[in-house]
Write a protein that binds this ligand. Structure first.
Ligand code: ZN
Length: 364
């Protein structure tokens, strides 16, 4: 096995860290890269922020990656800059092999307005990942045009997932999830779907050594308006990666490294044109949404003493990322029985409002 830890330290982009990755952090890094790599502005966001594309490599296999389609999902953006440092290492034989075989086109921040606001949606409040067909947003139009012009051999659609998913058949959290999206409602195993499955098997097998049992597979119900499904339907093998939760990794810096590892492994195998049997894809357990962040025992809620399960989301409040309870996901009493919890606290009969104040958790 490669000594990834030493490798990784060398390529880590120190300027990027934490959950809130804004245009003001990413644009200067792109400017710096302009001296070494071709960089284009593909278009402007709804608020006229540039959407950049970085090119690296000169091989015949065309690869397109995009990150931060959802502004509050920044892990892959961090990993992409780590990946660029790796690929720019002229002494690294693997990097050179990849660049000889592939040309990689990277859109590091597709939704700069959402990234600035730390929201999933763009400035119009539209989820770009539901805009693949309508193309109501400038950002979706940019991605659509780039896909049409490039017709890449592989597309990497890079996201984050919440802490709410387990790997089915276990009580382990899904720290990394993959999907080869369907290209039609029959979920046909088209050539492009199968190619994407092969790449996912590569990544799964590498990561399994680092996070055994923590890798899940997303449900492949066809979503016509979602980009992954749309791109797959255009016969472009499309790989969805969702970086998830690891215990103690609130800033998503551990998973950032594993995401880097996954991308390098995928590129290595694509460049060698050595892709495994796709059948193993279906052995990856499905995800299950049954995790709650916190079990609050003995809390007074709406005048009765309850055990309560809550999910937390990260939101931007006065320039800071804070935890907020997802109101519609609260569970009480018996409903807790079949669920899994990341942590547990007995608040000894204090009321809910006091609990929230004490732990600085928002609820509105
Ligand atoms: Zn997403």
């Amino acid at each position: 096995m490669r000594d990834w830890d030493i490798w990784y330290q060398k390529y880590l982009e120190q300027e990027l860290g934490g959950l809130w990755i804004r245009p003001s952090a990413v644009y200067p890094l792109i400017k710096k890269l302009e001296n070494r790599l071709p960089v284009q502005v593909l278009g402007l966001s709804e608020e006229n922020r540039p959407i950049y594309n970085i090119n690296i490599g000169d091989g015949p296999i065309q690869i397109l990656m995009w990150s931060q389609m959802h502004g509050d999902e920044s892990t892959a953006t961090k990993s992409i800059f780590d990946l660029l440092h790796f690929l720019l290492d002229t002494e690294n034989a693997l990097a050179q092999q990849i660049l000889k075989a592939c040309t990689i086109h990277i859109i590091p921040m597709l939704n700069p307005d959402g990234s600035e606001r730390y929201t999933r949606e763009n400035a119009l409040g539209i989820d770009l990942n539901r805009d693949a067909v309508n193309l109501a947003t400038k950002e979706a139009q940019v991605l659509h045009t780039q896909l049409k012009e490039l017709k890449p051999d592989f597309a990497f659609n890079l996201h984050d997932q919440t802490s709410y998913y387990s790997v089915s058949g276990s009580d382990k959290v899904a720290s990394m999830s993959f999907l080869s999206p369907a290209s039609d409602s029959d979920k046909s195993l088209t050539k492009s779907r199968v190619e994407a499955m092969k790449v996912i098997v590569v990544m799964k097998e590498v990561l399994e050594a680092y996070m055994p049992g923590h890798i899940g597979r997303y449900n492949d119900t066809y979503c016509k308006n979602c980009f992954g499904d749309y791109v797959q339907s255009q016969e472009i093998p499309t790989i969805l990666i969702e970086s998830g939760h690891i215990k103690g990794d609130n800033e998503r810096e551990f998973i950032r490294k594993y995401h880097f590892l996954a991308l390098v492994s995928a590129l290595e195998n694509i460049s060698k044109q050595e892709l495994p049997d796709p059948d193993k894809y279906f052995t990856i357990p499905l995800n299950k949404k049954n995790y709650y962040d916190l079990k609050i025992k003995d809390v007074f809620f709406e005048k009765s003493l309850e055990n309560m399960g809550v999910r937390l989301e990260n939101v931007l409040e006065n320039g800071k990322i804070v935890k907020k309870i997802v109101k519609e996901d609260i569970i009480l009493g018996k409903a807790l029985k079949k669920m899994l919890f990341h942590s547990e606290i007995n608040v000894k009969k204090i009321d809910f409002e006091t609990f929230l104040k004490k732990f600085l958790i928002y609820y509105s």
